[in-house]
Design a protein around this ligand. Structure first.
Ligand code: PLP
Length: 356
């Protein structure tokens, strides 16, 4: 049964497109002309609408603000060489949207409505999708609790919204990262696997401290012993060790990235040996010292493929092989770009075309 809903569309009276500088797009600061909004109350989703991007009125008592019933997704749309626009694997984000919703006692949104809302919005603002290499339209779906009630209970009402905006490269350089052995991003039994707003609020102080120490990012470790590698900031992390692609197996402290799945699928196709397992910090440090780690990188929608150039651990700095000469991660990056910009056959059906 098709679950297509009616979306009321109010177009902006004046587009901001002409005054937008597409050569200067710091991440997350530029928004397209329109946004999507829907309401949940009395057990159902309603009021599906697209309206000009702008402020919304909310009560200062909404439980999202006080207790963090709020989560998001991150997706990208690309302009293909032939001018067509396609969103990369949004169905996976739709599934994860509902995993986050479940964990935070929030209502699920049928994946079909998720896809329809995003595709309709992106189609309306398709002129905002940049055409340049390493540029894309970032899509930010999110949901938050709107009951004006200070009781610590699941809200009865929610808003689902989608914002979009053109973005350039997220990291413009190779990363110097620190293995974090004091703070934790997520704990066993917690909600690290959900894209919950609170996970990111809690990560800001440790990240700021690492920045003050001269690092670009953190590698999170397990909260019990700080002995096992978990993630790289808000990206999953991968290493090439003795020619095998190793990445932490997913668990409740680790976000199951779509890009992670994409890279593993490509590696499988290329007959690369893959290990998804616990990876100890010791094994990484020893591996670097012995020259057995030839590649290390973060994978995520925002970051794409982010090379790790240096790793700091307990006051020591370890240098990895020159990122420009790394074979695997550069092959992944090029293959991924060819797929996302429609320059190669979409053999896995990952591109979700929008409009005509
Ligand atoms: C979003 C995110 C990722 C990457 O997921 P993708 O689906 O590849 O974008 C990894 N880790 C964390 C903590 C994240 O928030």
């Amino acid at each position: 049964m098709s679950q297509k809903v009616n979306i009321s569309i109010t177009k902006t009276a004046k587009s901001r497109l002409a005054e937008t500088d597409f050569d200067n797009l710091p991440f997350g600061k530029t928004f397209s002309d329109h946004m999507f909004m829907a309401d949940y109350s009395d057990g159902e989703w309603k009021n599906f609408q697209i309206l000009p991007y702008g402020e919304i009125g909310i009560s200062p008592a909404i439980s999202a603000l006080h207790y963090g019933q709020s989560f998001f997704e991150g997706i990208k749309a690309y302009k293909h060489a032939d001018g067509k626009v396609a969103i990369f694997r949004p169905d996976k984000n739709g599934e994860r949207f509902n995993l986050s919703a479940q964990r935070l006692c929030m209502p699920e949104l049928p994946v079909e409505i998720f896809l329809q809302s995003i595709a309709t919005l992106v189609d309306l603002d398709r002129d905002w999708v940049p055409g340049k290499e390493n540029h894309s339209l970032y899509i930010r779906p999110f949901m938050f609790a709107t009951d004006p009630y200070l009781g610590v209970n699941p809200s009865g009402s929610y808003k689902y919204m989608v914002l979009t905006g053109p973005v350039g490269p997220y990291f413009s350089k190779n990363l110097k990262v620190k293995i974090e052995t004091h703070y934790s991003r997520a704990c066993d039994g917690g909600f690290g696997f959900a894209k919950a707003a609170g996970n990111y609020g809690g990560s800001m102080l440790p990240s700021l401290k690492a920045t003050q120490e001269g690092f670009d990012q953190l590698i999170w470790t397990d909260s019990r012993e700080h002995a096992y590698i978990e993630e790289l900031g808000a990206a999953n992390v991968m290493f090439l060790m003795d020619g095998t692609l190793v990445t932490p197996s997913t668990r409740d402290t680790i976000l199951k990235g779509v890009t992670r799945d994409t890279v593993l699928t490509l590696a499988k196709k290329w007959n690369v040996n893959i290990e998804e397992r616990r990876i100890s910090v010791d094994e990484i440090i020893t591996g670097i010292k012995e020259g057995r780690i030839t590649d290390a990188f973060g994978v995520g929608t925002a970051a794409t493929i982010a090379h790790i150039a240096e790793i700091g651990h307990q006051g020591e700095l370890y240098t990895l092989p020159d990122p420009a000469k790394r074979v695997f991660s550069n092959k992944v990056l090029n293959t991924l770009n060819d797929l996302r910009y429609g320059r190669s056959a979409d053999e896995f059906g990952w591109n979700y075309p929008v409009g005509k």
